[in-house]
Design a protein around this ligand. Structure first.
Ligand SMILES: Cc1cc2nc3c(=O)[nH]c(=O)nc-3n(C[C@H](O)[C@H](O)[C@H](O)COP(=O)(O)OP(=O)(O)OC[C@H]3O[C@@H](n4cnc5c(N)ncnc54)[C@H](O)[C@@H]3O)c2cc1C
Length: 505
């Protein structure tokens, strides 16, 4: 089966859908997503989008806050470019009908988050991502020129010489691989946090686009900088459930199994220390004591206060049999955001002709060694716009070459799904244990030798079996794991999110 479009967009989150909507309606566009349209990190974002929207705020201040968070490793030009284009992106969303929260005076309500020196986070109550994704989906579905392919999983890009001509994509329903040809191909497949055992992200974030881009010859940067959220609910049925940092702000204590608080021993600000310090302390205690999680306890506050301030978490925990007004919550840190990715310029160009990358899969230089809160959705929106402008400026939408049919000659012996599941578990546990919040050269080398072995097993499996979604993701995941370990081994200083006990800060 072969398809042909002007533009092939891999991903239906904030980055992918915004790009599709920014292109003229004269373009034929395919939007590919490996699950249903709305299953992506965008849909789960809570806080909001950073932008300078008030007169007493300034671009210079937003730039400065971003540079400080990035610990000296941001690209100042990329930061300036993103910050200065932010208000236009917000206006564009308002034009699409997004329902941002307003204050009593009917102006948009702006919140302030850690690391920002002004109120500049525009939001839709505490579910900005859902409102954003719903707005983008509504607009996308109203366009006749955009065709949506759900449950389609990209396997590899197809290149001829130095030009990307499209991609091979697995159609899950039909259980077959289809060839998609396109004048331009855009990777918008999100981050790679699922490479870790615990992650706040939905299951789609296995770094597929980063792996495909790397295999095609793209430069990948900053993969050692993975942000960990300190408190994610630890429960077999919880899925990716974050416990907001506001709970610590309102007085919740972090405790060991014997009920003692441990944060005062790590930092004088105790539970209110910055995110990285809290995550590192929890990781230290979990590994030191060989326990699976620690406890977050707010039960010393009045029940009405807890229910009033944290209604969603209260209900979520209650549904799982945990009454947070009387008992503590089991929590672990969880991989939250991938700062690195495919290196791109201001237009999302990757260096491979006709191939772009935008959103969390890219490395624009905005985040450096650490992401400033609420800058990530902004990055998706700004680079979707600039990449779309560049695609139009190229004016080559008719120039397509056909991607040949997929070679389906592999022997389809019964797939050993159990072995695949074990590989999944091994990669994610190895990354969590040795390449997580706290690293050392010894741990990284151990991870590398495990990953080399897993890589050989997965390559051997690939040469003998037909693909399915589980396997395609696993093949991408092992590349991402390798990229993170290699990057961490090369860095000789602890900086930003990369903390190696053998290296000075
Ligand atoms: C719980 C949570 C809260 C957050 N809160 C905020 C916040 O308040 N503010 C903020 O700025 N950021 C926040 N973030 C980060 C932000 O949501 C993400 O960085 C952003 O949504 C990424 O958007 P994206 O379009 O790049 O990727 P996603 O939204 O993750 O979309 C990826 C898309 O790619 C598709 N895909 C992946 N692989 C393949 C493949 N092989 N084939 C086909 N399709 C594929 C997926 O199906 C999906 O449609 C949060 C993240 C999480 C998880």
């Amino acid at each position: 089966m072969q398809h042909s479009f002007d533009v092939l967009v891999l991903g239906s989150g904030a980055a992918g859908l915004s790009l599709a909507l920014r292109l003229p309606e004269s373009y034929s566009i395919a939007v590919i997503c490996k699950d249903v349209l709305q299953e992506n990190s965008t849909n789960y974002a809570q806080g909001g989008i950073a932008a300078v929207l008030e007169n007493d705020d300034s671009f210079a201040s937003h730039v400065q806050d971003t540079l400080i968070a990035g610990a000296g490793l941001c690209d100042p030009e990329a930061v300036k470019f993103t910050v200065e284009n932010a208000p236009e992106s917000i206006q564009w969303l308002i034009g699409l009908g997004i329902n941002f929260t307003r204050s009593a005076d009917q102006n948009y309500h702006l919140t302030r988050e850690g690391g920002h020196s002004h109120r500049r986070i525009i939001h839709s109550a505490d579910s900005t991502g859902r409102d954003l994704e719903e707005t983008l989906i509504r607009a996308t579905k109203s366009k006749d020129n955009i065709r949506i392919f759900e449950n389609h999983v990209a396997i590899d890009l197809y290149k001829k010489g130095d030009r990307c001509l499209g991609a091979y994509i697995y159609n899950e329903e039909k259980d077959r691989v289809e060839a998609f040809s396109a004048g331009k191909t855009v990777i918008a497949t999100g981050g790679a946090s699922r490479v870790y055992l615990y992650s706040s992200n939905p299951s789609v974030t296995s770094g597929d686009g980063i792996a495909m881009g790397f295999r095609a010859g793209c430069k990948v940067e900053n993969m050692e900088f993975n942000q960990f959220h300190p408190t994610c609910l630890y429960h077999p049925l919880a899925g990716a459930a974050l416990i907001t940092e506001a709970m610590r702000g309102e007085g919740a204590h972090l405790k060991l199994p014997d009920g003692t608080r441990f944060m005062p021993g790590f930092d004088e600000r105790a539970e209110l220390a910055p995110r990285d310090i809290v995550a590192r302390a929890i990781d230290h205690e979990i590994k030191r004591l060989g326990i699976r999680h620690v406890w977050l306890d707010i039960s010393h506050k009045p029940a009405d206060f807890i229910k009033g301030h944290f209604p969603t978490i209260y209900q979520k925990c209650l549904d799982l049999g945990i009454d947070i007004t009387t008992e503590p919550i089991p929590v672990v840190p969880a991989a939250h955001y991938t700062c690195g990715g495919i290196k791109v310029d201001h237009n999302g160009q990757t260096g491979i002709d006709s191939l772009y990358t935008i959103g969390e899969a890219s490395c624009t230089g905005l985040h450096g060694a650490n992401r400033l809160a609420s800058n990530s959705l902004l990055e998706c929106l700004v680079y979707a716009a600039s990449a779309a402008r560049h695609i139009v400026a190229c004016g080559e939408n008719a120039q397509r070459q056909t991607v040949p049919l997929w070679d389906d000659s592999r022997v389809d012996k019964a797939r050993e799904e159990v072995l695949l599941l074990h590989n999944w578990e091994e990669i994610r546990r190895t990354m969590w244990n040795y390449v997580g919040i706290v690293r050392s050269f010894e741990r990284l080398k151990r991870a590398k030798s495990r990953i080399d072995l897993l890589k050989a097993e997965i390559q051997d499996y690939y040469s003998r079996h037909r693909v399915n979604r589980n396997f395609i993701e696993l093949r991408h995941l092992i590349v991402v794991a390798e990229l993170i370990v290699e990057a961490a081994l090369k860095r000789d200083k602890s900086v930003g999110l990369h903390y190696n006990i053998d290296c000075p800060a």
